[in-house]
Every structure is written in C-alpha cells, then in structure tokens.
Design a protein around this ligand. Structure first.
Ligand SMILES: O=C(O)c1cc(=O)[nH]c(=O)n1[C@@H]1O[C@H](COP(=O)(O)O)[C@@H](O)[C@H]1O
Length: 248
C-alpha cells in the first residue's frame, strides 16, 4: 500500500457514536460476530486480546469490509518505538489509534509527527486514566490526586502534544469538553446500560448520559457482545441515542 495514502477506502462513516469492542479470543469468533454487523451502524475496536490472537490480517479484513476500525493497542514505549508502531497502524488504514498519555509529551509528539506524512491519517488519541481505576488504585501507584484531576492533567498534555483527543471515562466528559474545546475528541469506554453490572469497570455511565456530558464516541463491549441478542441491543442503544440527539 502506498504509505502516503493510508486510506480506509470504502469505509462507512456511521452516524452512531458507538464503537463495538470486539473482545473475542480469536479471529473466527470475531468474524462470525462482525458478519452480522452493518458498518453503517457502528465502528469496531480491536484490542490486545484479539490482536494478539489474530494479528494484522484481521484488521485488513475489517477495513476491507468497510468498517472504521479503532486499533486499541495503547502504545506505551519510548518515542521512536511508538512513532514507528503508529506508522504501521496508519498503513493498515485504521480510523483511530491510541497511545498511553502517561508516556509523556515527547512520546506523544513523536507519534503525531510520524503520522504527518499520511494524507488520510488515523485519528491519534491518548489514554488518560483507565476506566477500571478509581482513587484507591491511583494511590497505590503513587498518584494521590483524584481520577478527575489526573485525567484533566493528562488530557491537557495530550492536547498540547497535538493529538486529536483522549480516552477517558464519560464521568470526566463534562469537565474536559469545556476545558479542552469542542474539537478535541472524547472517546469513552466504561459504558453500561441502566441497572447493569459494571464488571471490572469502576467509572461507568449510560450511553445517553455519556453524550449529555460531552462524549463524542462510546466504546461498548460486553453489554453488546455478551447480550442475548447483540444486534437488538445495539439497535436499542442507537435508537436511544438518535432520540436524544433529536431532543437537543
Ligand atoms: O482504550 C480503551 O478502549 C479502553 C480504555 C479504558 O480506559 N477502559 C476500557 O475499558 N477500554 C476498553 O474498552 C472496552 C470496554 O469493554 P466493556 O467493559 O466490555 O464494555 C475494552 O475493550 C477495554 O479494553
């Protein structure tokens, strides 16, 4: 592929902000699930479990099927290594790629600069504080400020390093949106339907509450993939979102 045209050719750009997390143990399970999904109804995310099992071949298949793909490998390494990894993500034609904001300004800037050469580069975002963490978890690793304060600090650094947005919990969206600007994208996992179990997530919110707070994209895994009827659950979430958007 021409590295200057890292284009997700033919990708649909769904109106829905939902990104379905394909946390499956192998490519066959992921493709069986995805074959029922309409690329116009959602985006998809490939994370560490599925990527470790399937490698880049699956990403190429998803892009070829018209999906906008979030490659969620949360790069966190020295600037040179992360920059080169981001280039390869761009050449795969993914829509979104992430790095850990705690890798620091020089790492994030190197990643951003590495994508400059691509006419249709992926969006590049920084992971702030994982949605599975709460204040006590941060304290154990020496961070004594609140999750909100740490997220704001890392998100500000991410914006100042030239990235397009952050991964944060929807609980921080209403803090970040006015502070960092409307164009700075907020990608929010830890989404749970009303009354549902949080699993290993700690900072959770419902889909509509997340959008009300200012989230741009909602990463949703188990509430859809482990539902008795995943397509119906996705359709219900999309309908609730459409109703909310009409009301504003
Ligand atoms: O980067 C992510 O996507 C991510 C960041 C974060 O802080 N929390 C988080 O849950 N995620 C991912 O979002 C997805 C959430 O999945 P569910 O908890 O099943 O909805 C998983 O694939 C996580 O790897």
């Amino acid at each position: 592929m021409n590295p200057l045209i890292a284009s997700p050719a033919g990708a649909h750009s769904p109106a829905s902000p939902v990104i379905v997390a394909l946390d499956f143990p192998n490519e066959a399970a992921a493709l069986a699930f995805v074959s029922r999904l309409d690329p116009a109804a959602c985006r998809v995310k490939v994370g560490k479990e599925l990527f470790t099992a399937s490698g880049r071949g699956l990403i190429e298949k998803l892009v070829a099927r018209g999906f906008e793909v979030f490659l969620d490998l949360k790069f966190h390494d020295i600037p040179n290594t992360v920059a080169h990894a981001c280039k390869i993500a761009a050449e795969l034609g993914v829509w979104l790629v992430d790095v850990h904001a705690s890798g620091g300004r020089r790492m994030m800037s190197a990643a951003r600069e590495a994508l400059e050469a691509y006419s249709q580069r992926p969006m590049l975002i920084g992971v702030t504080v994982l949605t599975s963490m709460e204040a006590a978890d941060l304290a154990e690793i020496g961070i004594t400020v609140s999750p909100q304060e740490q997220v704001l600090r890392l998100a500000t650094l991410t914006r100042d390093s030239g990235l397009d947005g952050v991964v944060c919990s929807a609980q921080e969206a209403s803090l970040l949106k006015p502070a960092l600007g409307a164009d700075f994208k907020l990608v929010t996992p830890g989404i749970r339907l009303a009354g549902a179990a949080g699993d290993d997530q700690r900072r959770v919110m419902t889909p509509v509450a997340a959008l009300e707070g200012g989230a741009d994209y909602l990463v949703i895994g188990r509430p859809i993939t482990q539902s008795a009827d995943p397509l119906a659950t996705l359709a219900t979430i999309n309908a609730d979102i459409a109703m909310y958007k009409q009301s504003i």
